[in-house]
Design a protein around this ligand. Structure first.
Ligand code: HEC
Ligand code: HEC
Length: 295
């Protein structure tokens, strides 16, 4: 081994190693690097003592702070769930009007209703409740059974024509099969079809429509379910006929088909399937979709 000596050019000591005449300088580490290095060691030891770290025989060292990210998460979840439980309780106990008027609760119900709608209702009423053939639009002002909070709540709770034999509270009404059951003559049906076209502001045969008015008001009693002017009667779920919104289509053929052998929509009852708070949240949501009646 060679002696440690000073390099003439740099003035730095060499390590004393020599390979074929080449010697290695022993340059000291920069001070800033060294202090950073010591600082990380101190930080590391501190961290190890502060948080759970060393394994012990049956457990592990818990750290003097006594906390972990996992414990913080549990704590935060617990707080969220308590707040949620409180709101759910309020939804269950307060009236629909009170929920509607409480800003915070209204927002909560709306969000909850929107989520429940996506799971339970969109397959029939479509996203946003805009409806489809045979499935009413829930986002407009045209309500078959009524658009107040109470009406909507009732429709959702008890359903429409849903197992009427066992579910006495379900909404029911049956439009007679005027053609199939031969309640009206073919000429009378022709006439009343033209009258419905007239009511809804469409092209029609004026003469037939005049005869059709008599059928509508007297022979068949259509007005008993659809109103004298075709404005609809919500108590019996008779849809409005004097507008352009149709459940089963508004062409001459489609109107004739409905009068000849009517279709009847079925909407499930959600009582028993969804809890009270969820049904109320759905009511608030559907009501706020745009066509809700009253406050
Ligand atoms: C299986 C299909 C189906 C599902 C699922 C369904 N509905 Fe309906 N719903 C209908 C039909 C059909 C009608 C129209 C009944 C009629 O012709 O009178 C209706 C009517 C309604 C009405 C009354 C509309 C009016 O104009 O008076 C409301 C409110 C309603 N549904 C809300 C809901 C909500 C909320 C859900 C989800 C919890 C839901 N529906 C799920 C088929 C469905
Ligand atoms: C006992 C009540 C009742 C009577 C009477 C009745 N309807 Fe209806 N009508 C209904 C109901 C209820 C519906 C909606 C069915 C549904 O929601 O699925 C309906 C639906 C219709 C529709 C389809 C509306 C749409 O939006 O697609 C037309 C058209 C119609 N009725 C015409 C008539 C005419 C014309 C008469 C008389 C010849 C008549 N109705 C008599 C109860 C009645």
């Amino acid at each position: 081994m060679a002696e440690r000596e000073r390099d003439e050019v740099t003035g730095t000591e060499t390590t004393g190693h020599e390979w074929d005449g080449i010697r290695e300088l022993d340059t000291p580490l920069p001070r800033w690097w060294l202090w950073t290095f010591y600082a990380t060691i101190v930080w590391g030891v501190g961290y190890m003592l502060a948080y759970p770290s060393l394994p012990l025989i049956n457990t592990n060292y818990k750290g003097f702070l006594g906390t972990t990210n996992r414990m913080q998460l549990h704590q935060e979840l617990k707080e969220v769930n308590t707040a949620r439980a409180e709101k759910l309780q309020q939804l269950e106990n307060l009236s629909l009007q009170d929920i509607r008027q409480n800003d915070e609760l209204f927002q909560f119900a709306n969000r909850m209703g929107a989520a429940a709608f996506k799971v339970n209702c969109v397959q029939c009423h479509q996203a946003g409740g805009q409806g489809a053939y045979g499935y009413p639009n829930l986002a407009d002002d045209d309500w078959i059974w009524g658009g107040t909070l109470e009406d909507i709540h009732y429709s959702i709770t008890h359903g429409i024509r849903y197992n009427p034999d066992t579910n006495e509270e379900t909404r029911t009404s049956e439009m007679p099969a005027f053609g199939k059951d031969q309640i009206l003559e073919p000429a009378q049906i022709d006439a009343v079809v033209e009258y419905v076209l007239k009511l809804s502001g469409q092209e029609h045969d004026a003469k037939k429509a005049e005869a059709g008015q008599t059928v509508y008001m007297e022979d068949a009693g259509c007005n008993g379910c659809h109103g004298d002017k075709g404005e609809g009667i919500k108590d019996v779920g008779g849809p409005r006929l004097n507008d352009q919104i149709w459940l089963f289509g508004g062409t001459r053929e489609e109107i004739r088909a409905q009068i000849f052998n009517p279709k009847h929509g079925v909407m499930p009852a959600w009582k028993g399937k969804l809890d009270k708070a969820t049904i109320k949240a759905l009511t608030i949501y559907v009501h706020s979709l745009g066509g809700g009646v009253g406050s």
